[in-house]
Design a protein around this ligand. Structure first.
Ligand SMILES: [Mg+2]
Length: 411
């Protein structure tokens, strides 16, 4: 057996293929042109509205896959530590490799947090890579298409986020000028009536202020757009129930994360208390975390973040479980075009896709990071090119890299 130190030695001579052969009787070898080996994994961070972690997986066939991990400190370091476990592997064995990374990185905390996001980045790159090796778009690897294009909802901000009229004006602008028919606004904004922001309790006058934002926005664009409202895990169960009930007369697409994310009993109680749809999921990791929300019917809409929750196949598995409870999927997303397109491929392949988030409309150059058009008229058309179907513009990557980062090697 291989020792723990050997496992974590990046210069070790064994490969994960040998480990797999030892532990699972799998060699990874196969016929056709599919006997490909991973030779390297590299990351670079781009300074978007978040520090996006881009990942590239290189092979001995000269084919490179590009992915993205959810932003956050530590992901590049963790991916560097995972290199010994993927070099020498066949990139077509996506599920087994992902599961082995979870097992081998258990000491770093691989069932939640940044280790899962780091694994997700490799997993997304493997879908791009496997699609290119097999000559099929990534959605094909996930079981094929339910739809040719995926709806995108635009996360909106205003200079005065607590002013209902400013929110309604911005909603109208985004619908009329940017072409979206699905929006989201923050609702955990200060009303000016707070006595204590730490105790999670909402006073009646604060609820009235939140209702005035929802009323102004939905009355202005409600006939032309669906609008969700995000609370970012702010309120007590009792306050969340009162807020959700007060919003019942309005056409709220969903009310997001009204209570903190850890206690699913409270979450369930809030969701079951109201006809206002409750959306939850961006802070829950892997299918095991999402399972508890779904099986407890603690959500009306599940909102996994694909490059954070475990990757494209993990999101597909979550969506399948959610579908058994007739729960739709609205994918949380703050990524660059790389993981956004990964989420879109998942959205094409699952029956219960509601929408994918776009969170960068104020950035100005989001779409310049890739050579292709991505979002048009509020939808992402699913590319037919092999893999994810988007190509990094290396000049833009180089221009926008976080200080001190190194550009990817050529394929
Ligand atoms: Mg949110």
């Amino acid at each position: 057996m291989v020792s723990y130190d050997e496992l974590h030695d990046p210069n070790a001579e064994y490969t994960m293929r040998e480990l797999s052969a030892e532990t699972m009787g799998v060699t990874g070898e196969r016929g056709g042109n599919r006997d490909v080996e991973i030779t390297d994994v590299q990351t670079t961070m781009v300074d978007g509205n978040f520090p996006w972690t881009l990942v590239r997986v290189y092979t001995d066939a000269g084919i490179v896959g590009t992915g993205e991990a959810y932003w956050g400190a530590g992901a590049p370091e963790l991916i560097e530590r995972m290199k010994p476990f993927v070099i020498g592997e066949n990139p077509l064995d996506i599920d087994r490799m992902t599961e082995h990374l979870v097992q081998k990185m258990s000491g770093e905390g691989s069932i939640g947090g940044v280790t899962v996001t780091a694994i997700s980045g490799i997993e997304v790159a493997l879908h791009d890579l496997a699609g290119k090796i097999l000559g099929v778009p990534a959605y094909q690897l996930l079981g094929g298409k339910y739809r040719d294009k995926v709806r995108v909802y635009c996360d909106c901000h205003t200079a005065d986020e607590a002013d209902p009229i400013a929110c309604a004006d911005e909603a109208e602008r985004v619908v009329d000028e940017l072409g979206y028919d699905a929006l989201k606004f923050d609702l955990d904004v200060p009303s000016g009536h707070e006595k204590d922001r730490a105790n999670r309790h909402l006073r009646g006058i604060e609820i009235d202020h939140k209702v005035s934002i929802v009323e102004a926005v939905t009355e202005r664009v409600g006939s032309r757009a669906d609008v969700a409202f995000d609370c970012h895990w702010t309120f007590s169960g009792g306050s969340a129930k009162r807020l959700a009930e007060a919003l019942e007369p309005y056409d709220v697409w969903w009310l997001e994360d009204p209570v903190p994310p850890e206690n699913h009993d409270v979450q369930r109680e809030v969701t079951q208390s109201t006809s206002t749809p409750i959306g939850v999921g961006e802070n829950v990791y892997r299918k095991h975390g999402q399972r508890r929300l779904i099986e407890n019917q603690a959500v009306d809409i599940i909102a996994p973040d694909m490059p954070k929750v475990g990757g494209m196949r993990e999101t597909r598995k979550i969506a399948d479980l959610a579908d058994m409870y007739y729960i739709p999927v609205a994918m949380h997303n703050v990524a660059s075009p790389i993981a956004t397109m990964g989420s879109a491929h998942v959205g094409a392949a699952i029956p219960n896709s509601l929408a994918v988030e776009y969170h960068s409309y104020e950035l100005g150059w989001w779409e310049d990071l890739v050579e292709e058009d991505v979002i048009e008229d509020g939808y992402i058309e699913i590319p037919e090119k092999p893999g994810l179907g988007v190509t990094l513009d290396m000049d833009v990557v180089e221009e926008k890299m976080v200080d001190g980062e190194t550009l990817f090697d050529e394929a």
